[in-house]
Ligand binder design. Structure first.
Ligand SMILES: *Cc1c(COP(=O)(O)O)cnc(C)c1O
Length: 386
């Protein structure tokens, strides 16, 4: 054999390397569930909830069927609906905006800040004031998103929500494991929504999610809402809920993966460091955030413009290096949300940062099993396209 072996292929996300480490444990746990027949609300769900709460340092974790349902159940518990304004960033995954709309509330899109990819606090304050001035909608909630794993400025968001009597909901779907001031995401907002979609920092092999909170009354409501609004006894319906349960097999898979998460978060941080070292001179890399630990759910760079981004993607592809665009369009430009955007504020100020970032953003491969040689090849491919 020649010394020249072909290089290890690079995946955007790699779930196989991780699975190889825990496959026997997964097989054992799934077999036990098949034997027990406790497919819904089995003991694995309760065990997972206790371990998630401990990991995040919160009092309560409630397993649900997806990150989207976590957002929805958290908002249903506050009775958010018609006539309510829900403020959220224009640059995020579609689910963040979809949920208030499904509940009959009106999303008010807020621009993101230039430094980082999270909600712009000044623009948020301005839009809250405008909603009050126009007088048609009640400011009810802010959904802060920890985009790409970077914690939003929760102390400031909490203060704004307290001052306005609004519900603070953390969409931490991309950020489980991230922290502020050494305290993990989960306790910073009134409630925190997690997604266990397979590619998230903690992912199952299907759909799953959870809601974290320190508020016992809220946790109880979430348990009721995820099971059709059931009361103390099974067929007592106290409120309109939904079927939003986490199934036992997904909980079992998450129990196998959770013990790896601490080390995987460290690996993600190391990989982000390798990228920054090699790329900071050439492109805009995610800046450091004082007192914050990103969960590095995704690693996105900014290119000068869409044309350069196209060249970089082509150069990467030619070298067998995958990339992706999260997100190509700000939500207020999505056909499904344009009417809601117009309804939210009659006089909406522009959202320039969200619009330009969509043209410039590019996600590089990011998963805990990427090694330094691979990270180096990714960086070389990016530079080759500039
Ligand atoms: C993935 C994601 C969601 C939705 O989670 P699902 O489990 O896919 O329903 C919501 N918000 C953000 C920011 C996400 O990345």
């Amino acid at each position: 054999m020649s010394a020249e072996t072909s290089p290890r292929p690079i995946a955007l996300f790699d779930m196989k390397a991780q699975q190889a480490l825990i496959r026997p444990e997964i097989d054992r746990r799934i077999a036990a569930i098949l034997d027990s027949g406790a497919f819904i609300n089995g003991p694995d769900v309760r065990e997972l909830e206790a371990k998630l709460a401990a990991f995040a340092g919160v009092a309560h974790a409630v397993g649900v069927s997806s990150g989207t349902d976590a957002l929805q159940i958290a908002m249903m518990a506050e009775n958010i609906g018609p006539g309510d304004a829900v403020f959220l960033p224009a640059f995020t995954y579609t689910a963040t905006a979809e949920v208030p709309l499904v509940l009959g509330a009106t999303p008010v899109f807020v621009d993101i800040a230039e430094d980082g990819f999270n909600i712009d606090l000044q623009d948020l304050k301005r839009r809250i004031a405008l909603v009050k001035e126009e007088g048609r909608l009640r400011p009810r909630a802010v959904i802060g998103v920890d985009l790409f794993g970077r914690p939003a400025d929760w102390p400031a968001l909490e203060e704004i929500c307290r001052a306005e009597g609004m519900f603070a909901l953390d969409d931490a779907a991309q950020a489980f494991g991230g922290a502020l001031g050494g305290k993990r995401l989960g306790a910073w907002a009134d409630a925190t929504a997690l997604s266990f979609y397979p590619t998230k920092t903690l992912g199952c092999y299907g759909d799953g999610g959870a809601i974290l909170t320190n508020d016992a009354a809220r946790a109880e409501l979430y348990r009721s809402l995820r099971t059709h609004g059931e009361g103390k006894t099974r067929y007592e319906v106290e409120r309109t809920g939904m079927n939003g349960r986490l199934d036992t097999i997904q909980a079992a898979i998450l129990l196998c993966k959770l013990p790896l998460l601490e080390e995987e978060l460290k690996a993600r941080t190391r990989i982000a460091g390798w990228y920054a070292e090699r790329l900071a001179k050439h492109v805009t890399v995610p800046g450091t955030q004082a007192g914050a630990d990103s969960a590095w759910g995704l690693y996105s760079i900014l290119l000068p413009d869409a044309e350069t981004r196209g060249r970089v993607q082509a150069a990467m592809q030619a070298r067998g290096v995958p990339s992706a665009i999260y997100y190509p369009k700000p939500l207020h430009h999505q056909p499904a949300y344009a009417a809601a955007h117009a309804a939210g504020l009659r006089q909406s100020p522009p959202l320039p940062v969200s619009e330009t970032v969509c043209q410039r953003i590019l996600a590089l491969p990011m998963h805990p099993y990427l090694d330094e040689e691979q990270a180096g090849r990714v960086a070389e491919a990016v530079i080759a396209g500039l």
